[in-house]
Design a protein around this ligand. Sequence first.
Ligand code: NAD
Ligand code: IPM
Ligand code: MN
Length: 354
Amino acid sequence: MKIAVLPGDGIGPEIVAQAVRVLERLRADGLAIEMEHAPIGGAGYDASGDPLPDATLALAQAADAVLLGAVGGPQYDTLDRPLRPERGLLRIRKALNLFANLRPALLYPELAGASTLKPEVVSGLDIMIVRELTGDIYFGQPRGIHVNEQGEREGFNTMRYSESEIRRIGHVAFQIAQKRNKKLCSVDKANVLECTEFWKEIMIDVAKAYPDVELSHMYVDNAAMQLVRAPKQFDVIVTGNIFGDILSDEASMLTGSIGMLPSASLDQANKGLYEPCHGSAPDIAGRNIANPLATILSVAMMLRYTFGLEDAALRVEHAVKRVLAQGYRTADIAEAGMEKVSTSGMGDAVLAAM
Ligand code: NAD
Ligand code: IPM
Ligand code: MN
């Protein structure tokens, strides 16, 4: 099992270090894991002037799976766009054809009080957000900032989805729904945007192959509201790149913190890149206080989706559950009066629980 480890920027190296300890522990217990580190994002730019250095992409392509921390930071925000850290992340997703981004918003019962929502609203929450990751307004051409015919500057981006792109993410989402509670909600803005009206039409067609799954549709503005009003109405949500980005950050707060939300980004053959949903958190970087659990839970997703090692995945998830039950809390999930542990302290606790 060859794993490319790309820590990235900000809290990336701190949280990835804890996830690497989990992988090392699994290796010590017999899994044939090989890890190699490489820079991406701002670290890639600093090392070789490119947010996705050729050697990093080659390493990721040769690996079975990629573990990524996060990219970005204010010091890079004024670089030309192709040189920015975020572009490195978008490029690796596109280059590896990682079109299916799974973002599970699962509430660990121990964290019901850490959510900003009432415990009864979130208890038992288990939503899978299936976000399309290599299309939409993120990649659509034309795009840019130019002087228009009236002589005024304007910025523009293009929302685009081809039929095949919608079909393949549709199939992934329906198949996930089949293994869960068989309810799929496709989120769109079909009342305004042609691109997402087309999305809805294709989802209805894909649904014909999955008569056992109940397909519903919701406008994205309503979905944003329903997620905080009554989130447990959702089982699986499928949506495009930009709506999925926004709704998954929103959903993360239902689980207590964005520091709890892992993700898998998969290609057609389940090769995958695994990363927390959050960013590089420049406001807390370098202080050993970030929550590493989203990254550790991303390792569990890697074991499950790329390597098919359900037992090892459960071992990691059970260890997380146990440390939460034991009362270990990083600052982002600590309720008033609870003692806080550091990033590495949480890593220690997870290893002990394993
Ligand atoms: P962010 O997710 O980095 O941070 C948002 C807030 O959540 C901050 O207050 C941060 O401290 C907190 N937070 C995030 N992760 C945490 C953790 N593990 N533990 C505790 N608290 C945590 O989002 P942002 O501030 O909008 O973006 C910062 C940078 O990260 C930007 O450069 C952005 O482009 C980048 N970014 C990268 C990714 C990625 O690499 N996948 C995702 C989102 C944002
Ligand atoms: C995420 C991030 C990225 C995205 C950015 C950093 C390119 O927000 O992984 O959710 O928008 O996809
Ligand atoms: Mn995001």
